[in-house]
Design a protein around this ligand. Structure first.
Ligand SMILES: [Zn+2]
Length: 139
């Protein structure tokens, strides 16, 4: 073969050898990290997506504002997210949404009469700030 052809073939061979070396290095790196970055990203994405399905407290707390007779009775304090008053649940006299025995299951606020009462037994904070946040969302 001509010298020109020989040099051209050698160039191709050197190039292939270089690429082989790079491939081997990359493979070694991948083996050294069993958790590939793609797997980590997929895991983080799933966690965030599952957290996003949970509602913020001031929205989730709303389900504690009805069908809550027992919860209100077991609460040390309750608050109204319409008038924002905080008081003792024994002050509540009016109940609606009667069950089969004719007992109202939903409290009407002792101060303003709106069905927007939530008790401390719900586990949510009965504070002006929290009630205000609920009011902004629900009214
Ligand atoms: Zn009220």
């Amino acid at each position: 073969m001509s010298e020109e052809e020989y040099l051209r073939m050698k160039g191709i061979l050197d190039n292939i050898a270089r690429q082989q070396k790079i491939l081997a290095e990359n493979q070694a790196k991948a083996l050294a990290r069993p958790h590939s970055s793609e797997k980590t990203i997929a895991t983080q994405l799933r966690r965030i997506q599952s957290r996003m399905r949970m509602k913020p407290d001031h929205i989730a707390a709303h389900k504690h504002s009805s069908g809550h007779r027992d919860e209100i009775k077991n609460s040390g304090v309750c608050g109204c997210f319409y008038c924002l008053e905080i008081y003792n649940p024994i002050e509540i006299l009016d109940w609606v949404d009667e069950d089969e025995r004719g007992v109202g299951q939903c409290a009407l606020c002792a101060r303003c009469g709106i069905d927007a009462v939530i008790g401390s037994a719900s586990g949510y904070p009965i504070t002006k700030e929290f009630l205000q946040k609920m009011r902004e969302y629900w009214f």
